[in-house]
Write a protein that binds this ligand. Structure first.
Ligand SMILES: [Mg+2]
Length: 368
């Protein structure tokens, strides 16, 4: 293959589904009853690649116009060049938030397309560090009854998950009992993580460290204060006490936002989301930054889209098995990575990310 015979990207399909949750869900700062996936398919030489993000359907419009216009008639093999150009093209709309999510979906599709054109699994194209990716079960919404909380977290523990995460912060007076019941449901050997989604002040967060985390052996406190408040995160980290990791990073997009968090010394574990951090290309850069800072990396939600890059990321410690996204990915795709005993494994044979879209599934929920 030379430059003249290299395949070119010729077509693009974008679909957005808004899928109702199985019951109303809430965390420390938000309540929702549906989740939207925006999926992009790119075609070159009669092969289609796919990638997605969880964003507002407005991202679909940006992909169909600005981003497809950027990659059209270009080689899917030179992803770094396309990534730089896409970043330039969304400059005025923002590499953060919706613009970054739209770009992430296209970058994820480019990697899948390249691997399918080369007829290799995406994990093979990226190069693997590990076969097995440790998962942690994630749900435990503030809107759940105590019975539902115990049932969900307890069933993950029974399946062999080594860690589970619950939300806190919507009704602070109920959190002590919720955390106590969660610990009882999962037993003493499974790690218990909590996520406040930025609901607390630094002082409130430190009270939670003392009154909830220590007695119930919580080992991870995610976003105790807003991720915009790096000084506040640092204050909590410095006073949290031993055995409790402070984690954040899920909203970061461009590499400099991750670098700022590292330089602020405000986290023990970096989180990154391949559907927000400018795709697999961005995730690999975050992995390099974590390597430089010697900080572990944890992948945030969207397990099927993360699988291959989690097999490849050197500093990765685990991947979030998020209830909403697990449900939606099973609804929309065949060829999902297998999950057994709390460990995810990529398919060693299937080309690309291995995902096969069930095109007509969830048709009533198409919104764009
Ligand atoms: Mg979170």
């Amino acid at each position: 293959m030379n430059a003249k015979t290299e395949p070119r990207i010729t077509e693009c399909r974008v679909t957005a589904w808004q899928i109702p949750t199985d019951q109303e869900e809430s965390d420390g700062t938000l309540t929702w009853s549906a989740t939207t996936m925006v999926l992009v398919e790119l075609k070159a030489a009669d092969i289609w690649g796919l990638g997605y993000t969880y964003a507002h359907q407005a991202a679909a419009s940006l992909i169909r116009t600005v981003l497809f216009d950027t990659v059209k008639e270009r080689s899917p093999f030179d992803i770094p060049a396309l990534w730089i150009e896409m970043r330039r093209r969304v400059r005025n709309y923002g590499n953060h938030g919706l613009g970054g999510m739209a770009l992430s979906a296209v970058d994820n599709a480019l990697w899948d397309l390249k691997a399918r054109l080369l007829q290799v699994p995406l994990s093979r194209l990226l190069g693997k560090v590990r076969e097995d990716i440790p998962l942690y079960g994630s749900g435990g919404f503030c809107s759940y009854s105590l019975a539902r909380l115990e049932e969900q977290l307890g069933s993950w523990a029974a399946e062999g998950f080594r860690a589970v995460k619950m939300k806190i912060g919507a009704s602070p007076d109920q959190d002590a009992e919720r955390v106590r019941r969660a610990r009882e449901a999962i037993g003493s050997d499974v790690k218990l993580f909590i996520d406040a989604n930025g609901a607390c002040t630094p002082g409130e967060a430190l009270a939670i460290c003392r009154d909830l985390c220590e007695p119930h052996r919580v080992s991870w406190f995610e976003e105790p204060v807003s991720s915009d408040n790096l000084k506040g995160l640092r204050h909590v980290r410095e006073h949290a006490g031993p055995g409790l990791d402070i984690a954040a990073g899920e909203y970061n997009s461009t590499p400099d936002t991750f670098q700022a968090m590292l330089e602020a010394n405000c986290i023990d574990v970096m989180q990154a989301d391949v559907t927000r951090c400018l795709g697999i290309s961005g995730f690999l850069l975050v992995d390099a930054l974590c390597q430089g800072a010697d900080i572990p990396l944890s992948a945030h939600t969207a397990p099927a889209m993360h699988a291959a890059v989690c097999a490849a990321a050197q500093k990765l410690v685990h991947l979030e098995y998020f209830h909403d996204h697990v449900r939606i990915e099973a609804m929309l795709f065949d060829g999902l990575p297998t999950v057994q005993h709390g460990v995810l494994r990529v398919d060693p044979e299937a080309h690309g990310n291995g995902l096969i879209l069930k095109r007509h599934a969830a048709e009533p929920y198409i919104v764009a």
